[in-house]
Design a protein around this ligand. Structure first.
Ligand code: NAD
Ligand code: MG
Length: 353
């Protein structure tokens, strides 16, 4: 029996995870947490709304932590699992992006596994399995391009939160849906891939594949490219992460090849500058990925609240990144201070806008 602690249990990933756990006799939900939503409909021996997630994890003693919290708030749980060598099923990409080297050091000390839940990284993890670094040519992260794919900047000036929330292929929480519309999500995933797989940024590409059937691919040095295909349904990577190395049955229908259209194009980084900003932040390293993430969280919340135009999200994030110096990030306290300062810088830009 594998005991799962589910953080972010009321969210989009959280609810799908509960469905997977309930359907699998080898999985048991030992603890569930949410930020502020009641957990009345969730049955678990330990439940917590708000508060310190690491206290809950200490009591729950899980075999695997599924971190499906949204945003930097997931940092404590990620580091808790990595430090202790408890398997981490990671949906909360923001924590790995922000903590970067700190997370990798904790992972090294703890010796547990990071099992990616993000569909692209789950795909790459599966394509890579058993392959050494020197055999890899490039990782290719795929993305749908979001609801505004093909638009010009002029056509993005007046878009509303409601339009940005209408994602063409995935049903997800509001923050990641806006990130998908700006391509910040693909930017976070680029940095996430760098830290998860230890591959330099120059060897990680992004391709647009509008139907989200190709979940990512790896090109190898012998000319072979391995891709992972499937319908866009997060239950598949959630199930894979929770039942790894087994591949458990899910309710999904087999892929119908005759119904597929598989077209690829390059991302439009001029219209969607968040992807280029993320690459810049990743390559800069140090505090920059944490700043990118923090400023993006502030800007997305402001956009959703109707306080910031869509195109200004990238301006807020670009401004915060331009203010990054050589802040050292030696421990979690340093990181929390970098996050706090970047939020303050971003809030300052909002106030001036
Ligand atoms: P969501 O907004 O639907 O749910 C977020 C969950 O986190 C909720 O249960 C909320 O109560 C909880 N939460 C928020 N703040 C918290 C806090 N301070 N402490 C404890 N819990 C808190 O978000 P989502 O779409 O499920 O995404 C969750 C994470 O998974 C994000 O990092 C996202 O990028 C990632 N992800 C989501 C999808 C998807 O399909 N939804 C796909 C890939 C990756
Ligand atoms: Mg993804």
């Amino acid at each position: 029996m594998k005991r799962v602690a589910l953080l972010g249990a009321t969210g989009s990933i959280g609810r799908q995870a509960i469905e997977i756990i309930e359907a699998h006799s080898g999985l048991e939900l030992c603890a569930a947490a949410s930020g502020s939503t009641p957990l009345d409909s969730v049955s678990a021996p330990l439940k917590q709304v708000g508060g310190d997630l690491t206290e809950l994890l200490d009591r729950a003693e899980p075999d695997v932590v599924l971190n499906a919290v949204v945003g930097f708030a997931g940092i404590h749980a990620t580091l808790w699992a990595l430090e202790r060598g408890v398997d981490l099923a990671l949906a909360n990409k923001e924590s790995l992006v922000a903590a970067g080297d700190l997370a990798l050091a904790a992972h090294e000390r703890g010796g547990g596994r990071i099992l990616p839940v993000d569909s692209e990284h789950s795909a790459i993890f599966q394509c890579l399995e058993g392959r050494s670094d020197e055999q890899i040519d490039t990782l290719v992260l795929t993305g749908s391009g979001g609801p505004f794919r093909g638009r010009t900047r002029a056509e993005l000036e007046d878009v509303t939160p409601e339009q940005a929330l209408a994602h063409p292929t995935w049903r997800m929480g509001p923050k990641i849906t806006i990130d998908s519309a700006t391509l910040a999500n693909k930017g976070l995933e680029l940095i996430e891939a760098h830290f998860l797989f230890g591959v330099p940024y120059g060897q990680i590409d992004v391709a647009i594949q509008p139907t989200s059937v190709v979940h990512s691919l790896v090109r190898f040095r012998d000319g072979a490219a391995l891709a992972h295909l499937g319908y866009p349904d997060m239950r598949v990577p959630i199930s894979y992460a929770l039942t790894y190395p087994e591949r458990a049955a899910t309710p999904l229908a087999p892929l119908d090849l005759t119904s597929l259209t598989l077209e690829f194009s390059a991302p439009d980084v001029d219209t969607f500058p968040m992807l280029a900003l993320a690459r810049e932040a990743g390559e800069k390293g140090g505090a920059a990925p944490c700043v990118f993430n923090a400023a993006n969280e502030v800007a997305v919340a402001a956009f959703l609240a109707g306080r910031l135009p869509f195109l200004a999200i990238a301006e807020v994030v670009g401004g915060a990144l331009a203010a990054v110096g050589d802040e050292s990030v030696r421990d979690l306290d340093d990181l929390i201070e970098v996050d706090r300062a970047a939020r303050a810088t971003a809030e300052g830009t909002l106030a001036a806008a």
